[in-house]
Design a protein around this ligand. Structure first.
Ligand SMILES: Cc1ncc(COP(=O)(O)O)c(C=O)c1O
Ligand SMILES: N[C@@H](CCCC[NH3+])C(=O)O
Length: 441
């Protein structure tokens, strides 16, 4: 009996031809929820958070981690992040509103942005967010005004621009000298801002923030940036006796998309940051400030995939075969924006030999709407389900309605169970905000 059972199990295993993600058959998911479909693994998100806790937060005292919600934010995501005990970084009234609606603890919110509006700052102060990261002196003035009106205290950091250039796509580097983000360290801009804020009645300066860019694999630039910030901290202490309590070293930790990406555990970065911090503090004889990191992509990127249904397959002899899917640039603008590369599998043909090379095209009226060039794949036919991998970060959050395509649904999967966490847009949603003026009726 037992032997028979084993054979049956083995046969079942061999016959499995569908791609599984978090214990769910992705072809079934596509059938049940339609395509394009974002699928997000709860377990993978929690594993990332756990790694951050075990190898950074528990290893070093006086440390915090906030999830950069711009990577992927829904009410359910807020709940997971809250349960995991991380903070949340938001960059707009919209992201803050989402966190408020999820009852996310406001003291764990860090509010970012290089051009926050008066209304956004007012919203942040009146809801009592934990930190506002001030990007410029214009914002500082608005914040002084708002805190005086509301008579509310607020703790802030200054975002500074360390002048360090990360190796990544030029559109996603932020820490270089010529950047729209942060207060430059050249000149006395930062000194003036610090002098001003220390006199403020309601604004308490806790320290400094830098963020170097995204999809970074090199820890040395974090160390270099930290050294530069430590020098600022030393000068401020000597010149105006300002004591820095917190340094936020941003996010940007890279993940695997395709061969060539060499992802690292989080402590590859944080151990180097903490070592530099301790060395610098002891050599400068200053108290060790608290360290905060803000990973976005590193937590959610590999936790998501996108399912598409294949439509037209067009073979141009001696040129290439275009396989068109039912989404593309509107649900994933990253290949068009950053020449981002992705891996994909044909979910219903997982065991078929990959003896073809095809190009995965989106359905937008844009020649640049190509999701993947030259994918090694089995024979692809209309109706096949394509799973594009590692789409958890900056796909759903950057999606648009270009060509009036409907934004996909999002399904949260965990150990074979699936829950819809964002509904698919409807045609009605597309015109909900349109108004026809009287003279055109
Ligand atoms: C201020 C700030 N913190 C954190 C992040 C998160 O970046 P990543 O998703 O690359 O970790 C970003 C985005 O680059 C950012 O601008
Ligand atoms: N949107 C970018 C990341 C920007 C991070 C925000 N500063 C991407 O998809 O790679």
């Amino acid at each position: 009996m037992k032997i028979e059972g084993d054979i049956t199990m083995r046969n079942a295993e061999q016959m499995k031809t569908n791609y599984e993600f978090a214990g769910c058959d992705t072809v079934e998911l596509a059938k049940q929820y339609g395509t394009p479909l974002y699928v997000v693994s709860e377990e993978k998100i929690r594993e990332g958070c756990k790694e951050i806790k075990e190898t950074f937060l528990m290893k070093y005292k006086n440390t915090k981690a906030t999830y950069a919600s711009k990577a992927f934010l829904t009410l359910a995501m807020c709940k997971i992040i809250e349960e995991e005990g991380l903070g949340l970084d938001v960059v707009s009234g919209g992201e803050l509103y989402t966190a408020i609606k999820a009852n996310f603890p406001m003291e764990k919110i860090v509010f970012h942005g290089n051009n926050k509006s008066y209304e956004e700052l007012y919203m942040a102060v009146s809801h009592g967010v934990g930190r506002i990261v001030i990007d410029n002196s214009f914002e500082l003035h608005m914040l002084e005004d708002i805190t005086n009106i509301l008579k509310r205290d607020i703790e802030v950091l200054f975002r500074v621009s360390p002048g360090v250039k990360g190796e990544t796509h030029e559109y996603i580097i932020t820490g270089q000298k010529d950047s729209k983000f942060g207060i430059p360290l050249e000149g006395d801009n930062i000194l003036q801002c610090v002098k001003r804020v220390v006199l403020s009645k309601h604004i308490k300066l806790m320290g400094f923030h830098f963020h170097l860019g995204s999809q970074l694999f090199d820890r040395d630039i974090y160390v270099i940036a930290l050294r530069i910030i430590m020098n600022l901290i030393k000068q401020l202490k000597e010149q105006i006796s300002f004591v820095t309590k917190e340094i936020n070293t941003g996010g940007g930790f890279g993940i695997f998309y395709t061969n060539g990406d060499k992802p690292k555990p989080i402590n590859y970065y944080t151990d180097a940051i903490m070592k530099e911090l301790q060395d610098q503090c002891s050599s400068l004889n200053i108290e060790v400030p608290s360290i905060v990191i803000e990973p976005g992509r590193w937590i959610i990127g590999g936790s998501g995939i996108t399912l598409y249904t294949v439509g037209a397959v067009k073979e141009i002899p001696q040129v290439r075969t275009y396989v068109s899917v039912d989404g593309g640039l509107p649900d994933n603008p990253r290949p068009a924006l950053y020449k981002a590369k992705y891996q994909a599998v044909v979910a219903n043909k997982i065991n078929h030999p990959k003896d073809k090379v095809v190009t995965i095209a989106g359905k937008c009226c844009e020649s640049g709407d190509i999701l993947i060039w030259d994918l090694q794949a089995p024979q692809v036919e209309p109706g096949d389900i394509l799973a594009v991998l590692s789409t958890g970060a900056y796909n759903y959050s950057m999606a648009s309605n270009y060509n009036k395509l409907l934004r996909p649904a999002v399904v949260l999967v965990n150990r074979g169970e699936a829950n819809l966490i964002v509904k698919r847009e409807s045609l009605e949603d597309l015109i909900r905000r349109d108004i026809i003026p009287k003279h055109l009726l």
